[in-house]
Every structure is written in C-alpha cells, then in structure tokens.
Design a protein around this ligand. Sequence first.
Ligand code: C5P
Length: 410
Amino acid sequence: MEARRILVAGSGGIAAYKLPEVVRALVQAGHDVRCALTPEATRFVSPLVLQALTQSPVRHALFDPSEESQIDHISLADWAELVVVAPATANVLAKLAHGLADDLVTAVLLATRARILVAPAMNVNMWEHPATRENVERLRGRGVAFAGPEAGELACGWVGQGRMAEPLDIAAAAELELGAESLAGARVVVTAAGTREAIDDVRSLTNRSSGRMGFEIAGEAARRGAEVVLVAGPTPLSTPAGVERLDVESALEMRDAVLREAETAQIIVKAAAVADFRPAAAVHGKIKKENLAPDTGMTLELVRNPDILAELCASKGDRVVVGFAAESEELIPAAQRKLARKGCDLIVANDVSRADAGFDVDTNAVSFVWPGGEVEELPLLSKRDVASRLLDRIEALRAKRRAGSGEGRV
Ligand code: C5P
C-alpha cells in the first residue's frame, strides 16, 4: 500500500491512553506517521512511546525552541495529508469549530489544508450539550470526518455516547479518508429530509425527518469521489463538502428534481421522508378562521402524492436504487413488503420508535433488507457509519453486477 503522511494529534482525555494503538495500526499499514499533542494530552500518554512508534520527534508545545526551526507548526500542517485527532475533546471540537488556535494541535488544525478526521471522546452530557451539537454540526458541514463516538460505559462512570471509537476503527476510518476514490466517475442522487406540503401560504404539513441520514450519505459518496446531487427538503443542515444541493419543498417538486437528475445517475438513494398526502388545493394567502363557521372544526381534503421511489424503479435499468423504510412497528415485514412493492435493490429499514434511532439524533439502528427476504441487522451506529456501510454495500452490488454474477444480497 502507498505510504501516506498522517499526523495523529492527541488532546487531553483519558482515551489518549489508546493513542499508541491508533499510531501503531497506521505505522503497521505502512504510513508515515507523526504525532502532536496538546500539553494536557501529555498527562495521559507518554510522548516517548509515540516517538518510539513513529521514530519521529513528538511535538507538544506551540513554540518549541529546540524544534521550531526544523518543524514549526506550519510545516507540520503543510506536511500532513490527513490529520487524525484522537481523542478529540469537547474543547478541541469547540476550538476547531470556532477557529481558535491557542496550542500546537489547534494551531495545526487551523493551518492545515489536509483532511481532518476526529475521534471524539467525552462525557455523554458534554457530547449531548447543545454547544457541542452545534459545533459537531458545523464541523460536519465543513467536511470534517468523524469516527465515533460510540455508546457504552464511560471513564467518568456515566453510560451513554462518548466513548472513543476503537483504535482499529479509527485507523480504518483514516484509510477511508485517504482511500481510493472508489466511486469516482459515478453520479449519485440522494434525497433527504421531509417534504413540506402547503395548506395555504403560511401553513403546511410536514414530518420530523431532520435530513441527517441523507446528508451523511451524500457527504460519504462525495468523499468516495462520486459526483453527488442532494435533493433536500427544508432543513437547516449545511451542505456536505463537494455536494451539489437542490432545495425543494413539496413532494411534487422533489419528484421533478429527482426524475430529472436520476436520468444521468447510476446510484439513487431515497432517504427523504416524502409526505404520502398533500392538501387537495393549496389556498393562496392565509385561511382566516373568521371565514369558517364559529363552532365547527375544519376539514382538510388530502390527495395522494406520487410515489417517487416506485416511479424511479419502474424504469430503473441498471441503476442501483435504494429506499428507506421508517416504521414504528413490524419493521422488517413492512420493509420486505415495501421492497417487493416498489421494486428497489435494497431497503434500509429504520426503527423510528427507538429514542436513539431515526428522527433528529446522530445515531441510527437499521437493517438492510434484500430482495429474497434476507435481512442484515446492523448495530447502533452513527449516521455517518450507517452511510459508510450502505455505500460499501452499493459498491459491492455494482461490482457483482459488473462481474455478471446476478442480483440479491451482497
Ligand atoms: O412508502 P414509504 O413512504 O414508507 O416508503 C419510504 C421510501 O419511499 C423512502 O425511500 C421514500 O423516500 C420513498 N418515497 C417516495 N415517494 C413517496 C413516498 C415515499 O419516493 N411518495
């Protein structure tokens, strides 16, 4: 494998004790690895160990009289092709999100043009704090990659999301960040978020889909070198790096955009929560309650929206078309019926009755439901990791087709 230049930067969390394992995995894979630490990180991991593993000096001061002339923080930032921050504390994420640079690690992060992969590790309440959520969102929008955090027992005694991803998973995520552009040349259309169906010019019918799952898929496909069009319903999420975004509101607008864009696409992933019904006639202006009878309710007549996914599948050709199924009960049988009815290659079944999956959270618990009835249940993962597993399957399906070895589960 080609050696790549990876800077592993550690900040001050207990998980820093696992840093040598991350470094060792990357060195063993043949990469040229250097390390930088925040001053706090040196309390949890010995620079000497990292120096021995990388056979390079380990910097931990922003201005080091003995090193600055040879490898100042700017040349370290320029040298790296990828910066892996492990562990990334809430503090480092906040500094990176806001452009602060008051130690060696954050100065390098601000100065580098390299890709950045962070492996957060912190107390669950810190991870879930609105400030951290905003920072994570901001960083994701800028194309910063995340490995973990995972759910489980935390060093602080709490149980929840906040454990640093396992060192081998961080190393694998690093490979992926640097990886071959496995979807180069492919055009991918992803839909995301709920649609908004107008009742009048002020009110609408919509649903709780945040769009995160689809945004992660679009970002991941772009990182793999695909040309990505993201057809998004209303959502405040920022567009992932390298993705062309088309904003739509209603199911009918989404249908027009998707059918147009799908013509030249090879892969279509429909993660949007399309409204099944829309008001029969949207009223111009605002419906006034004075115009309605005083003591009666109001009846809204709804008509069916077209099923975009079924329509796409009807002229699928050799495209790979993936649908989502969000269900609160009888998940797998419903997803199997949906797959058969719509005729897509794969359905991602999503249990939206769980608090840690589905709407408005960073994690998801999904199963891949294949034609023929096979079901592959995935553990609770970040939406980013679900996106990555899904694209792995899509790539494998394309490879299987190219080899002429049929359809079905890969
Ligand atoms: O039928 P249901 O809404 O449960 O199916 C979900 C899947 O179908 C999702 O992939 C969604 O994007 C797609 N869908 C669609 N058009 C609709 C309704 C759903 O493309 N009108």
